[in-house]
Ligand binder design. Structure first.
Ligand code: 5GP
Length: 213
């Protein structure tokens, strides 16, 4: 029988984007908890940590000077200014994960998704999460109770701009029901993992199959 190793596939870069409050963090947390082959890309940011955020886990919290020097050293896969702060994806851990055959999940905005499209289109799966309506979005933002009214108003204003980029994504999920959204996310990832161009084992397998080895 022809020998094959279905695990021998290329890793995926899965980008999840959404306006703040659309439920992206919950989906991300759930996906990482249930999927051993998926790891999170930890971004660097110049914004201060929110209560409960851990350096190196939620973000690498760094100074503007350090951020600028990382740009100079070409250490980012992509970076962008969001609100009044800078955010970027350090490339080294992403490359290490892909080499080890692991998928990497990105919680980045549309600017990051556009830059990743230029840098790594073949490996990319872009998913946009929409809230069921704008009132629900504001309610979710307020229930976090971590940001001031001023910041919430700013985020709401930005949401519309973020949403306007929905058509640049491969898949769109409307998150009105968490379980349903999770199920949709799972099938997207499952199908993308099975894409023929990512299945490196297929070519030797079919060759062996035909030659009767
Ligand atoms: P927050 O400050 O709420 O954690 O994130 C604000 C925005 O920055 C979110 O839309 C998030 O997706 C985006 N973001 C976080 N990390 C990165 C990154 O590394 N690159 C880019 N382009 N956006 C990011």
């Amino acid at each position: 029988m022809a020998i094959y190793d279905k695990a021998a596939r290329r890793g995926l870069l899965v980008v999840l984007s959404s306006p703040s409050g659309a439920g992206k963090s919950t989906l991300t947390r759930r996906l990482l908890a249930e999927d051993e082959n998926m790891s999170m890309s930890v971004s660097a940011t110049t914004r201060p940590p929110r209560p409960g955020e851990v350096d190196g886990e939620h973000y690498f919290f760094i100074s503007k000077d350090k951020f600028a020097s990382m740009i100079d050293q070409n250490e980012f896969l992509e970076h962008a200014k969001v609100f009044d702060n800078y955010y970027g994806t350090p490339s080294q851990p992403v490359e290490a994960a892909l080499e080890a055959g692991r998928d990497v999940l990105f919680d980045i905005d549309w600017q990051g998704a556009q830059q990743l499209t230029q840098a790594a289109a073949d490996d990319l799966v872009r998913v946009f999460i929409l809230p069921p309506d704008m009132h629900e979005l504001e309610r979710r933002l307020r229930s976090r109770a971590q940001d001031s009214d001023d910041v919430i108003a700013k985020r709401m204003a930005k949401s519309e701009a973020e949403i306007s980029h929905w058509a640049e994504y491969d898949y769109v999920i409307v998150n009105s029901d968490l379980e349903e959204a999770m199920a949709e996310l799972r099938v997207i990832i499952k199908a993308e993992r099975m894409a023929r161009r990512r299945q490196h084992w297929l070519q030797p397998f079919v060759r062996a199959l035909i030659s009767g080895e």
